[in-house]
Design a protein around this ligand. Structure first.
Ligand code: NAP
Ligand code: G4F
Length: 329
């Protein structure tokens, strides 16, 4: 039985990856931050409680830790001795990173080094996945691929460029099977509520049932390449099963503006977005990434991976899920 360690297991991707690996028969270990309220909702609070009180019946194991705590990371890595490590934990919100640049650098950049050092110190022969991002391309015009120039536009983007190069450096310096997945935006009903797609789908559902009338957004002209998160975690796993450690872009290859996503989401609920959306300066960023559209042909050619769900279907999936959540079904 293979053993995997996932940082960020309570996040959108971590929770889908845990589901995938458990279904494949892995023993799954996850690192969870201590919080004063539950942060295990995406894993299923009852399932997480069962892990903590020792009554769990599946192969999920949770450990308290933090990417800013190198000693805890070292202890967990040495105790678990995983075959595969997926580093998904991050301060992942681009706009928030402008408010917390030091914390973002320490968590996303320093945290990756701490984890890589923990693996090296434990002399582990494991495979390592780093959650890199299309935000690293920033100002470089689309289509962006594995060899495109990095020009990050936020503290988040710069921290991820550092972590990306650390991953490559540990591959070259220590022969670690370390892979960087450069993933374009991927969303789902489990997406955090302050990312734009979920903010929109949640607002549409609330407007439809009369709980809200207005939705305030920032830049409606930004173009993103939005895919469906469960498909992207499959891609992460495929990268670690490949015989060679090499980096991959995952993307749909289709660009959609925020305005188009809004229009599709409101249309799906039988609403006219012009009656409800207003632009609010508070959601504009000091430096914006105007257009991200990925070229994932390497992942298709080498791994057989191809995105199946595009932005229109994604908007409908997310609106349906938020309506169902409100209706309690
Ligand atoms: P997410 O939903 O925001 O999840 C982030 C995870 O990191 C959560 O489990 C969070 O814990 C954890 N975390 C945050 N700070 C931490 C710390 N100091 N120590 C330990 N854990 C910490 O993000 P996601 O969308 O699943 O993304 C997963 C990874 O892929 C991130 O690294 C992100 O930057 C990267 N990425 C995401 C996308 C995308 O479109 N989703 C695209 C490219 C790359 P809590 O639950 O306690 O907050
Ligand atoms: O949903 P967003 O906050 O995602 P963003 O900035 O693209 O970052 C996400 O994708 C990255 C991959 O490229 C990940 F690495 C990162 O961790 C995260 O998952 O914003 C998308 C676009 C931006 O151009 C933003 O300016 O939507 C625009 N936007 C317009 N109004 C808004 C809003 N974004 C947010 N969050 N909230 C708004 O009201």
């Amino acid at each position: 039985m293979k053993r995997a360690l996932i940082t960020g297991i309570t996040g959108q991707d971590g929770s889908y990856l845990a589901d995938l690996l458990l279904a494949k028969g892995y023993e799954v270990h996850g690192i969870v931050r201590r919080a004063s309220t539950s942060n295990t909702e995406r894993l299923g609070d009852e399932r997480a409680d069962a892990v903590y009180d020792g009554t769990a019946t599946d192969n999920l194991h949770l450990h308290h830790g933090d990417l800013n705590d190198g000693l805890a990371l070292s202890r967990i890595v040495a105790d678990v001795r995983p075959d595969e490590v997926y580093n998904l934990a991050a301060m992942s919100h681009v706009q928030v990173s402008f408010d917390m640049p030091e914390y973002t650098a320490s968590t996303n950049g320093g945290g990756t080094v701490r984890l890589l050092e923990a693996i090296r110190a434990a002399k582990l022969d494991c495979r390592f996945y780093q959650a890199s991002t299309s935000e690293m391309f920033g100002r470089t015009p689309p289509p962006q691929h594995e060899d495109s120039t990095f020009h990050p536009r936020s503290p988040y983007g710069t921290s991820k460029v550092f972590a990306h190069w650390c991953t490559i450096n540990y591959r070259e310096a220590y022969d670690l099977f370390a892979v960087s997945g450069i993933l374009f935006n991927h969303e789902s009903p489990r997406r955090g509520e302050n990312f734009v797609t979920r903010k929109i789908s949640r607002a549409v559902a609330r407007i439809k049932v009369g709980l809200q009338d207005e939705l305030a957004l920032g830049n409606l002209d930004a173009v993103r390449d939005w895919g469906y998160a469960p498909e992207y975690v499959e891609g992460m796993w495929l990268m670690l099963q490949h015989e060679e450690p090499t980096d991959f872009v995952l993307a749909t290859g289709t660009g959609t503006t925020v305005r188009e996503f809004v229009e599709t989401a409101f249309d799906h609920a039988g609403l006219d977005w012009r009656d409800h959306v207003r632009v609010d300066e508070r959601f504009q960023r000091p430096a914006e990434v105007h257009a991200l559209i990925g070229d994932a042909s390497k992942a298709h050619r080498v791994l057989g991976w191809k995105a199946q769900t595009h932005a229109g279907d994604l908007a409908r999936i997310m609106v349906d899920a938020d309506v169902a959540l409100l209706e309690g079904t």
